[in-house]
Design a binder for this molecule. Structure first.
Ligand SMILES: NC(=O)C1=CN([C@@H]2O[C@H](COP(=O)(O)OP(=O)(O)OC[C@H]3O[C@@H](n4cnc5c(N)ncnc54)[C@H](OP(=O)(O)O)[C@@H]3O)[C@@H](O)[C@H]2O)C=CC1
Ligand SMILES: CC(=O)N[C@@H](CCC(=O)OP(=O)(O)O)C(=O)O
Length: 436
């Protein structure tokens, strides 16, 4: 496609050079770097161009906003001073990060430091409220300036267009239900993932306290629910294990290539999957140089996985799922043992997945024989998938790796908000892996 640009009639965002810059002195038309979409097109670029157009169109309706305090990088975040009153309004989506003092919140902030159109205007912590973000996470002191951590009740919501909710499950539902309706929400917790309130009560130990809202939430496994995400106000970001399992298995079940029974999932997670809170099993002495299964036969991600696989299969799917904690900081691998449908080969599974994800920027079916490694997706929003033949006839082994904090949480959350705001979903997310 030719590199046409669309002129959208809204103010410019700063160039995406990894540093936020001072607002320009005079407004000019914002030239969206999206090609004009043809009537029909299936390439990733075509789809991105179409996806970007609505955001541009909205731009003229959106109230221009002021940048939050300063974009000229101070030597420390604590030295941030308010923007001068003469600074020009700039078209940006103003974002709150609730739970910014936790691991997924931190990861949202880290990734947004490279995002040209999302500006963080509010950040919250609980125990850490009142601190500068750089006190809590000194490694981000050189990132673009961000506001001080506050309590949720102190957020000025009139200055927020969208929120990443990175709070523990169980504490989230009332917070999200209480947000003003103009705020788009991506909830990283488990509170809105299960459609059936009875199932939620069974697995999460209590009645859901925002059932009415639960009915209008889209499940944000982006590659499989993109259209629902596009029009949603609230998106439930999937769990990390459910992301790694559903991306390979849903297309195979939907196509009838594997059977909806005898699915065994053996999964491993890095320790950051458990968050930043102090727990004995997360002590270095307890987590290093060993591994252990946990939640055996009762992990709360089972109903979430089964919800997605059942939808795909059109009949009830019940899985055997055993997660393990392994001594690495981040990364997740799910090894899925599946039964082939009659007459189907392992090559058919690979071909189906290759076709399904051919134009997806973040899901990659590796060349035959290459073993996925968590190292190769570390710090990225990518999912690597491979399919192997099992020695047991009629079975296959599907391996899927992600970074639990990125595609398993904060990266996918940004991917979803990009779509909800009509931007190319890859915006700010094309980092390559940190390797070795
Ligand atoms: N870690 C992961 O790999 C993944 C996590 N998730 C989900 O994302 C959510 C966040 O996880 P994660 O970042 O790992 O968790 P952390 O424990 O690292 O962070 C939790 C955050 O929530 C704040 N918080 C805790 N309790 C309250 C409260 N009662 N009221 C207000 N704020 C509170 C904490 O503040 P403070 O520290 O200041 O007390 C902190 O900012 C969870 O629901 C988790 O299950 C989803 C996918 C993957
Ligand atoms: C290692 C570890 O403890 N991992 C977490 C999963 C993290 C995740 O995705 O959890 P949510 O459903 O809470 O969002 C666990 O097993 O509970």
């Amino acid at each position: 496609m030719s590199a046409q640009t669309l002129t959208c009639g809204v103010r410019p965002a700063p160039p995406c050079n990894g540093r936020r810059q001072a607002p320009r002195a005079s407004p000019r038309a914002f030239r969206c770097h999206a090609a004009a979409a043809p009537a029909v097109g299936t390439s990733l670029r075509d789809r991105q161009a179409r996806a970007f157009a609505p955001w541009c169109a909205q731009g003229s309706r959106r109230t221009p906003i002021r940048r939050p305090p300063t974009y000229s990088r101070p030597s420390t975040l604590a030295q941030v001073s308010p923007a001068p009153s003469s600074s020009k309004a700039t078209e940006q989506v103003r974002v709150a990060v609730l739970g910014a003092s936790g691991y997924t919140g931190e990861e949202v902030v880290r990734l947004l430091s490279q995002h040209p159109h999302f500006t963080i205007t509010a950040m919250t912590g609980n125990r850490e409220a009142g601190k500068e973000f750089s006190e809590v996470f000194p490694h981000l002191r050189t990132a673009p300036a961000v506001p001080r951590l506050t309590k949720i009740e102190d957020v000025a919501w009139e200055g927020v267009d969208a929120a990443f909710c990175c709070l523990p499950h169980g504490t989230t539902q009332e917070v999200v239900a209480g947000l003003p309706r103009h705020v788009k929400v991506v909830d990283l917790s488990a509170d809105f993932r299960l459609r059936d309130p009875a199932l939620y009560a069974e697995w999460y130990g209590g009645e859901h306290r925002a059932v009415a809202l639960q009915g209008e939430v889209a499940y944000g496994l982006t590659e499989l629910h993109r259209e629902a995400v596009r029009s949603a106000r609230v998106v439930a970001n999937p769990g990390c294990y459910p992301t790694s399992v559903q991306l390979p298995l849903v297309p195979l079940l939907a196509a009838g290539l594997i059977l909806p029974r005898d699915i065994i999932i053996d999964a491993k997670s890095g320790v950051s999957g458990a968050g930043r809170s102090a727990k004995v099993n997360l002590l270095y002495t307890e987590a290093t140089e060993g591994m252990n299964a946990y939640g055996v036969g009762k992990h709360r991600h089972m109903p979430e996985i089964e919800q997605g696989l059942t939808d795909a299969a059109g009949e009830q799917v019940t899985v055997s799922f055993t997660p393990h904690l392994i001594p690495m900081t981040r990364g997740m691998e799910s090894d899925c043992y599946v039964r082939l449908a009659d007459g189907v080969s392992v090559e058919d599974l690979r071909a189906a997945l290759e076709t399904k994800y051919a134009n997806e920027p973040f899901v990659h079916v590796l060349p035959a024989g290459i073993v996925p490694q968590t190292h190769h997706v570390r710090g990225t929003n990518y999912n690597h998938i491979q399919v192997f033949k099992d020695r047991q006839s009629g079975r296959a082994i599907v391996i899927s790796v992600i970074d639990n904090l990125v595609k398993g949480a904060s990266g996918q959350a940004i991917q979803n908000l990009n779509i909800m705001c009509g931007m190319p979903e890859t915006t700010g997310l094309l980092q390559q892996a940190l390797f070795p």
